[in-house]
Ligand binder design. Structure first.
Ligand code: FES
Length: 135
């Protein structure tokens, strides 16, 4: 049984296929939800999959982000709902196991080795005692 998790996959719903008005983000959300459901317990964490209007990767549609508490955040571009679902599921499987979410490009599955637009480390925010007392 999967634990309740704060692992998230966010998909841009505004990205258009290059040169068209087609916005495949909703299709990508549906396909990825179904694929992760089908993968069952091989993906050891639950992922909330949702859409957002834009993630500032508009020149590399579709964009997909992975994020979780105390984990690195990734933004991938050039994702095609027709051909890249397996790589996205594989990365969900991998991301669930990484304690800080950090991995090198050579360790990412398939196309995701070359389509990473950003990898942002988890924020470690320490508040000094005296700063906490100021507010
Ligand atoms: S429209 Fe998709 S990232 Fe901007």
């Amino acid at each position: 049984m999967k634990r309740t998790s704060n692992h998230k996959i966010t998909i841009c719903t505004s990205c258009k296929h290059q040169g068209t008005n087609c916005r495949p983000g909703y299709e990508l959300i549906e396909r990825l939800r179904n694929a992760i459901e089908t993968a069952g317990d091989s993906v050891t964490e639950s992922f909330e999959i949702s859409g957002v209007a834009c993630m500032a990767g508009c020149g590399r549609p579709c964009t997909v982000a992975y994020h979780g508490t105390r984990k690195a955040t990734y933004l991938f571009g050039d994702i095609d709902p027709e051909t890249d679902i397996d790589d996205l599921v594989s990365f969900a499987r991998q991301y669930a196991h990484l304690h800080d979410g950090w991995c090198s490009s050579v360790d990412r599955p398939g196309k995701l080795r070359q389509t990473t637009l950003a990898r942002v480390p988890a924020a470690i925010i320490a508040i000094e005692d005296d700063q906490a007392l100021v507010s």
